[in-house]
Design a protein around this ligand. Structure first.
Ligand code: ATP
Ligand code: MG
Length: 381
């Protein structure tokens, strides 16, 4: 139960992002029920233990006292041996007492965890995926940022005056130095944070009015760090998608260039990936993350440095498969490797939280000093 708790806490961003709060709550309830059944089954044993423990605590010292009085007549006992026997009795009765207390304490802790988890269901900065009265399901998915400002801390802004339009099915690249605000822009778009000023619209609707469920179903993301559950490959790939079968999973794994690797594993799709996917390499984790995003039939797909952990050849293969997969979807790709973004219809250059330029690769290389500097630096490498 502690492991399940830790996993939920560690993935507190991932769960609302996939809209699987209900699934996780049910899963956790099942664990609690299992614990409770065990507790009930164990309860009469605990009661019996408690009874014998108390009985022993009373009878043991009395028996020993009689024993000493009786044996004193047969064997010569020293005061030291009498003290030792009493000390041993005392330790024994204490140990029995501690054992009983331990079992009861564990039951108490499990209840406390349950109470704590109930409080954790709605972290303050994440909107709970609960349908509210008047929530909108957008019919189109063009994105508009209007004068958006945002800061994590009062003293330092992360995004300033962002004005941006992304049409439906457009393929957009975002570049900028580390810390420029690229991931923050995505977090705002996904509704994880609310802008301090300005508005974000999807399909002409204010983001705050859009149903969180609709957002999680229509925006898929391969994030910079791929959070994986200590579960099977199947469960990780199909996470939040109840209606996919194994054939679809294999097809997606093929497109994400990881099917051959999974086939070679003794347990195939049932292979457990380890805590946070530690049994996988960085590149394999990235591919599982890509497969997980691709399997969702979302309108918008976001790649935040998704292919950074891959070698150039694998990246190229994924890019080829991607072109077909992202047809009919909006693609937002963030990459430090500019060659990844070269073919994008529009590239946005972010610097210190501001959009400093936007255009195609050819336009930017001529017009924007920052972009050409980044490009030349990579060509030289
Ligand atoms: N949760 C957070 N709390 C406080 N500050 C944050 C948080 N996340 C990001 N920041 C800060 O906001 C700024 C923008 O971060 P962001 O993650 O958007 O950068 P980025 O452009 O994605 O960088 P990278 O290319 O390294 O991923 C950084 O200065 C960062 O330190
Ligand atoms: Mg980032």
């Amino acid at each position: 139960m502690s492991a399940a708790t830790v996993e939920i806490i560690e993935n507190h961003e991932l769960i609302p992002a996939f809209g699987t709060e209900n699934f996780e709550t049910k899963r956790f309830d099942q664990i609690i029920d299992r614990e409770r059944n065990c507790y009930n089954r164990a309860q009469h044993k605990i009661d019996a233990t408690d009874f014998f423990q108390k009985l022993l605590q009373i009878t043991l010292p009395i028996c020993i006292a009689f024993f000493l009085v009786y044996f004193e007549k047969l064997v010569k006992m020293t005061p030291g041996s009498i003290a030792s026997i009493f000390t041993f009795t005392l330790i024994l009765t204490n140990q029995i007492g501690d054992f009983g207390k331990g079992i009861l304490g564990a039951m108490e802790i499990s209840e406390r965890i349950r109470v704590a988890l109930n409080k954790l269901k709605c972290p303050f900065h994440l909107r709970a995926a609960i349908k509210k009265e008047g929530d909108i399901e957008p019919t189109s998915w063009e994105i508009r940022f209007e004068n958006v400002n945002f800061s994590y801390r009062k003293d330092r802004g992360a995004l300033a005056n962002i004005n941006l339009e992304i049409k439906e099915n457009e393929k957009i690249g975002i570049i900028g130095y580390s810390g420029a605000g690229k991931t923050t822009l995505i977090k705002l778009l996904r509704g994880f944070y609310t802008p301090d000023a300005g508005q974000i619209y999807i399909g002409g609707n204010n983001l705050e009015k859009i149903s969180p469920r609709s957002l999680t179903q229509n925006i898929a993301e391969v994030s910079q760090t791929i959070p994986l559950f200590h579960r099977s490959i199947r469960e990780n790939v199909a996470y939040g998608c109840a209606d996919v079968n194994d054939d679809e999973i294999w097809e997606t794994l093929r497109r994400a260039q990881i099917a051959d690797y999974v086939k070679r594993l003794p347990d195939g799709l049932d292979s457990i990936v380890g805590v946070r996917g530690q049994r996988l390499s960085g590149g394999e984790k990235a591919r599982i993350g890509i497969a997980r995003a691709l399997i969702r039939k979302s309108k918008i797909i976001i790649f935040d440095e998704a292919t950074a952990a891959l070698d150039s050849e694998s990246e190229l293969l994924i890019q080829k498969g991607l072109e077909e997969l992202v047809k009919g979807r909006t693609l937002i790709a963030i990459a430090h490797r500019l060659s990844t973004l070269r073919k994008m219809e529009k590239i946005i250059v972010l610097d210190k939280g501001q959009i400093v330029a936007e255009g195609t690769h050819d336009e930017l290389i001529k017009q924007n000093i920052l972009y050409s500097r980044l490009w030349n630096a990579q060509v030289l490498l």
